[in-house]
Design a protein around this ligand. Structure first.
Ligand SMILES: [Fe+2]
Ligand SMILES: [Fe+2]
Length: 293
């Protein structure tokens, strides 16, 4: 074979390889574009679904998102039945940016139990230990702190007297409220879950005390809003003494804890208890079709 033929063979080989590479490259890029478009469509769909989900349900599924709602002062406890879209419209926020922020917060490590999946009795125990015990310790401590600040600054700061009135109203609402939950509602929920049989409670359906508890949460929420506004979001004024600062920090913590507490009850425990009672009654031939009030 002379050199001219050899050169032709090498040339044809190179052209062939180049053609194969071009075809592979075009296919690779097309595939990437299709995947990218699919991902964008899925992300946009997820974003739309999230915007139409209630804020209470978002926090119930992904507890870490509560921080984002706190940051924008979106009430996910007493107003947890609002959709994310409605909450954003109310606050003048861009729903797309907020869904992105929620997605990032959810990706961060979160070891909170998924209360939507845990037994109801475990959730009742948790609420009593984590939130009721905290309030029993914190409410008297805060009452003393507020009195102390008023003794020192009450004469020149009339808002402190208003603050004490709202705090007292909050305490008067919460202390008997916790007793009703611990002695009436939570035992009924535990009983329903343990026996899985219909019960004749003195108050009828569990929905009745639950409605009452939700109303009381609303009242407590109003008092907390007054405390927030009176203190400009728990910001210490210039020259505030250390006790005043501690009082404001403690009130801010109380507000955060109350949001978490009411969210667990309004958006997780109560709807699950009502659903459980409905299932039990539906599966019982003696109760099926009968409306219990
Ligand atoms: Fe509670
Ligand atoms: Fe409650």
């Amino acid at each position: 074979m002379n050199w001219v033929i050899k050169v032709h063979i090498v040339f044809i080989g190179i052209v062939g390889l180049a053609a194969i590479y071009s075809v592979w490259r075009a296919a690779y890029h097309t595939n990437r574009l299709v995947n990218k478009e699919n991902n964008m469509t899925t992300t946009a769909k997820k974003s739309r679904e999230l915007a139409d989900t209630t804020v209470g349900a978002i926090v119930a599924r992904q507890p870490a998102t509560a921080r984002v709602f706190e940051k924008y002062r979106i009430d996910y406890c007493c107003q947890g039945q609002k959709t994310l879209r409605a909450a954003c419209e109310e606050k003048g926020l861009d729903v797309v940016s907020l869904t992105n922020e929620l997605a990032v917060s959810h990706q961060r490590a979160d070891d909170s139990p998924r209360w939507e999946e845990r037994p109801l009795s475990e959730l009742c125990d948790h609420i009593e230990r984590r939130h009721h015990d905290y309030l029993r310790e914190e409410l008297p401590r805060l009452a003393e702190l507020i009195d102390k600040v008023i003794r020192a600054h009450g004469q020149t700061q009339p808002d402190l007297l208003l603050l004490r009135n709202h705090f007292r109203a909050l305490r008067d609402e919460l202390e008997p409220h916790m007793l009703k939950e611990e002695h009436v509602l939570f035992p009924a929920i535990r009983q329903l879950e343990a026996s899985r049989t219909p019960h004749r409670f003195p108050f009828g359906s569990v929905s009745n005390p639950i409605r009452c508890m939700i109303d009381e949460h609303e009242h407590a929420g109003e008092e907390l809003r007054h405390l927030h506004e009176l203190t400009n979001g728990f910001q210490p004024p210039p020259g505030a003494c250390p006790t005043w600062r501690v009082m404001l920090e403690s009130l801010a913590r109380l507000e955060r804890d109350m949001h978490e507490h009411v969210h667990k009850e309004n958006s997780i425990l109560f709807p699950r208890a009502v659903a459980l009672e409905g299932e039990i009654r539906a599966s019982d031939p003696g109760h099926a079709g009968r409306v219990v009030k």
